[in-house]
Design a protein around this ligand. Structure first.
Ligand code: ADE
Length: 245
């Protein structure tokens, strides 16, 4: 069972997706659990404030340490082994290898850039989906507003970036991270092969083109080899039509 506790000010932006399709199925089968902590509950003063202006000046507001530490510590008080993920544009770029490592419980092998002191090392877990699913608890802290006080990093285990662009907050990255991990847990997707032979399952590979009925759609026909029933030829065609990035 993988558990995610999402610390956010905007639960309503995150929850509907987790109640849909595969994420719902994963919960229903007892393979994943999602919990929410409202950062506002740990806010300061009568207005339950969670942010303030940056020292040294500059635009926007930063998440303060006190509410964030209190929220994370409230979760860790119940589960000291829970690991904290922070979506941030300055994190390590999220990849399929990392998603697989988290799904397989090999996440200890992924080390943050600042912890390893060098370029982040991602030690690949065996790409073997018969591994027992991880028993793990991740706390995903969703920053919002302009940013966060740098001291918050002292309580973070993994900084994750989705790419070279900036989003308004951590809610969308949290969903992307969760979805990419949970779909790899054995039993969540229909056939386990669905995840084994897809794009990035072996590094930089891109999956071969696929077709379903009808055979002829507006003059665009399906490659005949796929209807041949010859599994060897089909495998060869797929191999030839797989790409790399
Ligand atoms: N928060 C804002 N932008 C982000 C990004 N590119 N990746 C992860 N978290 C973010």
């Amino acid at each position: 069972m993988i558990k995610f506790t999402i610390i956010t000010l905007f639960r309503e932006a995150v929850e509907p997706y987790l109640k849909t399709s595969m994420m719902w199925k994963a919960q229903d089968k007892g393979l994943a659990e999602f919990d929410f902590v409202n950062l506002r509950d740990f806010g300061l003063g009568p207005h339950k404030s969670v942010d303030d202006t940056p020292y040294g000046g500059g635009d926007g507001m930063l998440l303060r340490c006190e509410p964030v530490f209190a929220a994370i510590e409230s979760v860790k008080a119940k589960d000291p082994n829970a690991k904290v993920i922070l979506p941030t544009p300055v994190g390590e770029i999220w990849t399929q290898e990392q998603a697989r490592a988290f799904a397989n419980g090999e996440f200890e092998k992924i080390r943050c850039r600042e912890r390893s002191g060098a370029l982040a090392q991602v030690l690949l877990p065996p790409s073997n989906f018969s591994n027992s699913p991880a028993n793990a608890h991740f706390i995903i802290l969703c920053p919002h507003y302009e940013g966060y006080d740098e001291r918050i990093l002292s309580i973070v285990d993994y900084k994750v970036s989705l790419g070279k662009f900036v989003l308004t907050g951590g809610e969308l990255p949290a969903l992307v991270i969760i979805d990419s991990i949970v779909r790899l847990i054995p039993g969540v997707l229909g056939g386990e092969q669905s995840a084994e032979i897809e794009s990035f399952s072996d590094g930089d590979n891109l999956e071969y083109p696929q077709y379903t009925k009808p055979y002829d759609f507006r003059g665009m026909t399906v490659p005949d080899v796929l209807l041949s029933g010859n599994h060897g030829e089909i495998a060869k065609w797929r191999e030839e039509h797989s790409g790399t990035i």
